[in-house]
Write a protein that binds this ligand. Structure first.
Ligand code: HEM
Length: 487
């Protein structure tokens, strides 16, 4: 059934995009020594979309890529989801695309996603404005003061979620973890705690997100229209908070510098403008961005948590080693009755290796889509102007040239590799100017979640399968049955 819906949606997207995208042009073009990579554009209109989707429904998400790689090389052209695309499975080419030093690429998303994002969304914007907003957000999320504060909130939310679980009754991990990540995300973004406002946002966000992959038709009754209405309601609520916060800042003797930065909203409000923009960021733009940041925040981390449980359930040795390491810390903390610090959570080496291995294998963001604004030559490959490029993260993470036995969940491999910054072959959070600003928060949240889970419960997971299209998820939401460890 899901397969059928997926195909119908994609067919619709193709029809809609046929008029606006350049098909089959520039195929034979050369610039300098560069040539458009080899490949097959597939059927008229459909291109190779069906093959691409079918691969997402198999247990091996790289079959589509592997087949073409063996025929045409590491970088090849295809036509999927209504676009001519050059797919790169080469870590060096991916690096150039992500670094984007010459500003040759802009983000490219399917039409439904573009419609859901405002014109001034961080996910869509470019140039100096993007740099400014990204720096404000990333700077705040990286700060040790923020991490120290959010550690308590994460612990509290994890424990609250656990308290609602009944031992020996199935719980659905994929749903449950959202009840942890969402309250934390909303706290990080605008300091809204449990209560009516949070419940409102949770409900509306669930409606909003349904429009991410849908037919790009926008009139009453359509999915996209309903999602945009949910977004409007959320933006209205956030706008009220923004106005109150601005007033508070003014009342504070106009001493905006003296106000502490408690959340992303504060960080964005602090901006007073610079030579690139005469005024600071507008309240409307800030409100929109706060909602839009929920997309990358809430559509990724719950999946990482779910996949960690899935991989650990299938790897008793890794689970036992993880438990041993975390139990040791727990006993230490009980004996000295001190709070955990964020650095303690983050410095458990095996736990960090489990997280890296989960991110490598789960491939939550399977590839990064860009569009070229010029003819560009990389490593002898020509990417013609206006073509899409997909820097495939999955194929690099699952390539045996980069990882021995790549389909094996093996956290121990990271003892040898280490998480070296600048490692082209490990980029679950992207890279360059758009490197995920939620990277450290995600690792911290995963560490706290895993710590409390494995030191409180043992569990048995029911049979379930990973699906890779349109996004990574568990077919049955990963049901598990828990038992408290000391029972
Ligand atoms: C395991 C969890 C996560 C993964 C795997 C992940 C992955 C990514 C990737 C690959 C990108 C780059 C996209 C691109 O280059 O176009 C990205 C961007 C982004 N992520 Fe994350 N992310 C995660 C969690 C989060 C969280 C928790 C937040 C929010 C606090 C967040 C906020 C963002 C934002 C705002 C961007 C856009 C940055 C920009 O374009 O400048 N992410 N993420």
């Amino acid at each position: 059934m899901e397969w059928m819906i997926g195909v119908c949606v994609v067919m619709g997207m193709l029809v809609m995009s046929w008029w606006i995208l350049p098909y089959g042009k520039n195929d034979e073009k050369t610039v300098g020594k560069g040539k458009v990579p080899k490949g097959n554009s597939g059927w008229p209109l459909l291109g190779e979309t069906l093959d691409f989707i079918a691969s997402g429904y198999t247990s091996n998400p790289v079959t589509f890529l592997e087949k073409r790689k063996s025929l045409y090389g590491n970088v090849f052209k295809t036509c999927i989801l209504g676009s001519n695309v050059i797919i790169s499975t080469d870590p060096d080419v991916n690096k150039v695309v992500l670094q984007n030093h010459q500003a040759n690429f802009v983000p490219a998303y399917p039409k439904s996603i573009r419609e859901l994002m405002g014109e001034q969304s961080i996910l869509k914007m470019n140039g100096t404005m993007h740099k400014k907003v990204h720096t404000l957000i990333a700077g705040f999320l990286r700060s040790p003061q923020f991490k120290a504060r959010i550690t308590r909130d994460i612990e509290h939310t994890v424990k609250q979620c656990f308290a609602s679980w009944t031992p020996h009754q199935p719980i659905y991990v994929q749903d449950q973890v959202k009840r942890i990540t969402f309250p934390v995300l909303v706290k990080v973004l605008m300091s809204v705690g449990p209560g009516e406002e949070l419940d409102f946002l949770y409900r509306e966000f669930a409606e909003f997100i349904k429009g991410l992959i849908c037919l790009p038709l926008k009139f009453p009754g359509t999915r996209l229209y309903k999602s945009l209405q949910s977004k409007d309601r959320m933006v209205k609520m956030v706008r009220k908070i923004v106005d109150e916060r601005k007033k508070l800042m003014r009342d504070n003797n106009g001493d905006e510098e003296g106000n502490t930065v408690n959340d992303v909203l504060d960080a964005l409000l602090r901006d007073k403008g610079d030579s690139s923009s005469s005024a600071g960021l507008s309240p409307e733009m800030i409100s929109q961005n706060i909602i839009e940041m929920m997309i990358p925040g809430q559509e990724t981390l719950p999946t990482a948590m779910t996949m960690a449980i899935k991989f650990l359930s299938d790897s008793p040795l890794a689970l036992s080693k993880l438990q041993e390491e975390n139990m040791k810390l727990k006993r230490l903390k009980i004996n000295c009755s001190e709070d955990y610090s964020w650095t303690e959570y983050m410095s458990l080496p095996f736990t960090q290796n489990v997280i890296s291995e989960t991110l490598r294998m789960a491939n939550i963001v399977n590839g990064i889509w860009r569009k070229s604004v010029n003819d560009i030559e990389i490593k002898g490959y020509l990417i013609p102007k206006h073509w899409c490029v997909m820097a495939s993260l999955t194929s690099v993470h699952m390539d045996e040239k980069n990882y021995e036995n790549p389909f094996k969940f093996d956290p121990w491999r990271w003892e040898k590799i280490g998480v070296v910054t600048g490692n082209n072959s490990f980029t679950p959070f992207g890279g360059g100017h758009r490197l995920c600003p939620g990277l450290e928060l995600s690792r911290l949240e995963l560490s706290i979640f895993l710590h409390h889970l494995v030191t409180t419960y043992r569990w048995v997971a029911e049979r379930d399968e990973i699906i890779y299209f349109p996004t990574v998820k568990m077919k049955r939401k990963l049901p598990i049955s828990l038992e408290p460890i000391n029972a």
